[in-house]
Design a protein around this ligand. Structure first.
Ligand code: ADP
Ligand code: MG
Length: 623
């Protein structure tokens, strides 16, 4: 008798028992979707057998005539302003953040989400990305003949809160249930199974070298106790395969002795250059024919032509290694990501720089989507492998305290999801409200960090300064999205904010914030000391003035004027930033204020001891 077969968990062939989740690489130049079928990750093709969807949308006056991908590409030359490319560069940014060149008519306020004015009406970056994601969702549903239960979408490691939120919004708008946003380098590491094979007792470091169409990103990942941590990131927002194409065009012009090309010719040269470049990944040489001239391009010449671009990627790699405080020998593996790493010259360069053969057995423009699909499959419960894939916060999160100082609540590179709680208190007597200002960055002063949002906690019962206990909780979910809540513990009044800023950081801003954090550490320490000294002195002054109103009669007129003089000395010093002078003025004032405090203490103890006896009245105002 034949035995009945039982499928492995999550691998049942009966469709009603199989849950389908997909992984999407939403790229600057190309996007694609993958899924795990029968335990095997695979990329999904469109109805014409193509895997990559160029991240391009063309909007027509007729809303039903919107074109996507290769179909939209055709409109790039004739209708550039309605053909949106590289929309990823606009995600989570404000209009003011957009400093690169583009052919689009953007509308909206400087600090609002930029909106593209297209033939089909106003379109936000989120809507355009959603249109691309919808294409991939439909592709997955058509080819799997099954509804999609959830999706993992990848984002660059340096993406900040706003950029992640925008990506998540786009996915939701596209009708996807977002299981998680995953860092692209982490996804690549997962595709190679580096989270499964590594011995958990030792840490491993990986370099992810991602050379795409228009961007270069390098990340150093540490895999430690089941968690991927991004140790450092770097890159160029304008360095990629497109630049290699332009370098080839330059060489072609020289070789063919051509001075100038008109627009049409230039476009033709670019297409030929790209074709030649891609051909050289398969063959050792290729022929290029243009304007009835033919030339042969071989791998060695190609390598010389693109050397400038390669050199730039190498110097970034070296800097990122330095940032992570790692030596070459600390790197276990180098992973190649991005279509441009298919070039032999790129692979050779990476191998030389890192003195080891990089991992490139998985198609480099598919590896991120593959990793995302594996994570999606784990998250939906189809896999017996544990989803160990935690990520980390890219920048520290904190809030503003008195004196414009930042109190860090969650430091950068903390594994997420994470929740941290910290207690704060009031600054003034009778204070009934508190402004919770949430910031992101590595510096000590609020003005040097990025403001993420703020809210007010009201209804704090009036108490003496420093008595109220306000619990502030920072919670970062698995996608890196932040929620902050505040609660006054005696009255239980609460307030809450989901951080969803209207614009985000550019990658260069992000890099700057990180670098400044290291650079200005000493200066920040001094600034923090100054700010803290000022807050303390100000509090001292205010308390003294308050006391003076009540108990001035305890002092002789001479004592009064000496104290007032010391007070005004200190007030004056507080206008300046000389921390030592402020400290001296505080000391000088303390001589009088301490004596005054002792006198007041005696009076109040007397009062307390006397209780509520009638003769209290006659004692008022005298000692
Ligand atoms: P992104 O992640 O920015 O969307 P991709 O990873 O899809 O970009 O990379 C696109 C780039 O890869 C293009 O410049 C393209 O010319 C280049 N590319 C694609 N295939 C090859 C190949 N076989 N050899 C060299 N370069 C390639
Ligand atoms: Mg990419």
């Amino acid at each position: 008798m034949a035995l009945l077969q039982i499928a492995e968990p999550g691998q049942s062939s009966a469709p009603h028992q199989h849950r389908i989740a997909i992984g999407i690489d939403l790229g600057t130049t190309h996007s694609l979707v993958a899924t795990v079928l029968s335990g095997q990750a695979k990329v999904l093709q469109d109805d014409r057998g193509r895997v990559l969807l160029p991240s391009i949308v063309h909007y027509d006056q007729n809303p039903h005539a919107t074109r996507y991908g290769y179909d939209a590409q055709e409109f790039l030359v004739q209708d550039a302003e309605n053909t949106i490319v590289s929309v990823k560069r606009f995600m989570g940014r404000s209009k003011a953040d957009i400093k690169f060149q583009h052919p689009y008519a953007l509308i909206g306020g400087e600090h609002e989400m930029p909106t593209f004015q297209t033939a089909a009406g106003a379109k936000t970056p989120v809507e355009i990305s959603a249109d691309l994601l919808k294409q991939l969702r439909v592709r997955a549903e058509d080819s799997l003949k099954h509804p999609i239960q959830g999706a993992v979408i990848t984002v660059p490691a340096y993406f900040d809160e706003a950029q992640r939120q925008a990506t998540r919004d786009a996915a939701q708008l596209a009708g996807l249930n977002v299981l998680r946003l995953l860092n692209e380098p982490t996804a690549a590491a997962v595709a190679y199974g580096l989270d499964q094979t590594t011995d958990l007792s030792v840490d491993a470091n990986y370099v992810v070298y991602d050379l795409g169409g228009g961007t270069f990103d390098v990340s150093i990942l540490r895999f430690s106790q089941g968690v991927f941590e991004v140790l450092a990131t770097g890159g160029h927002t304008a360095l990629g395969g497109d630049d290699l194409d332009r370098l080839i065009v330059k060489w072609l012009k020289q070789t063919f002795a051509i001075e100038t090309l008109n627009n049409e010719q230039y476009a033709e040269f670019l297409i030929a250059a790209k074709k030649a470049k891609e051909a050289l990944s398969e063959h050792t040489e290729t022929a290029i024919t243009l304007l009835s001239q033919t030339v042969t391009l071989d791998r060695a010449t190609f390598e010389q032509i693109i050397q400038v671009a390669l050199d730039r990627t190498i110097s970034v790699c070296k800097r990122v290694l330095r940032d992570a405080k790692l030596e070459l020998t600390d790197i276990q593996n180098v992973i190649l990501v991005g279509g441009s790493t298919r070039s032999y010259a790129v692979q050779q360069t990476v191998e030389q720089v890192f003195a080891q053969q990089p991992l490139c057995t998985i198609n480099p423009d598919e590896v991120v989507a593959i990793g995302a699909s594996i994570t999606a499959n784990q998250l939906i419960g189809n896999s017996s492998q544990d989803a160990l894939l935690l990520d980390v916060t890219p920048l520290s999160l904190g809030l503003e305290t008195m004196g414009g100082l930042v109190e860090r609540v969650i430091s950068r590179n903390t594994a997420i999801p994470v929740a941290r709680r910290q207690e704060f208190t009031t600054y003034q007597d009778g204070q009934t409200a508190m402004l919770i200002h949430v910031v992101q960055g590595e510096r000590d002063l609020v003005e040097h960090c990025r403001s993420l949002g703020q809210f007010t906690l009201r209804g704090i019962p009036p108490m003496t300064a420093g008595q109220a206990r306000i619990e502030v909780t920072f919670q970062v979910d698995a996608d890196g999205l932040l929620a902050v809540s505040a609660r006054e513990t005696t009255s239980n009044v609460q307030a809450h904010i989901d951080i969803k800023p209207s614009y985000g950081l550019s990658d260069s801003d992000m890099e700057r914030l990180l670098i400044e954090g290291f650079q200005y550490a000493e200066e920040d320490k001094n600034l923090r000391h100054l700010a803290e000294t000022k807050v303390e002195a100000q509090r001292e002054l205010e308390a003294l003035q308050q006391a003076f109103k009540v108990d001035a009669d305890l002092l002789s007129p001479e004592q009064q004027s000496a104290m007032q003089q010391a007070e005004s000395q200190l007030s004056q010093q507080l206008q300046h930033d000389d921390v030592e002078a402020i400290e001296r003025a505080v000391e000088a004032l303390k001589k009088y204020s301490d004596a005054f405090a002792a006198l007041r203490m005696n009076r109040h103890i007397d009062h307390a001891l006397k209780g509520t006896k009638l003769d209290d009245w006659s004692n008022q105002g005298s000692k």
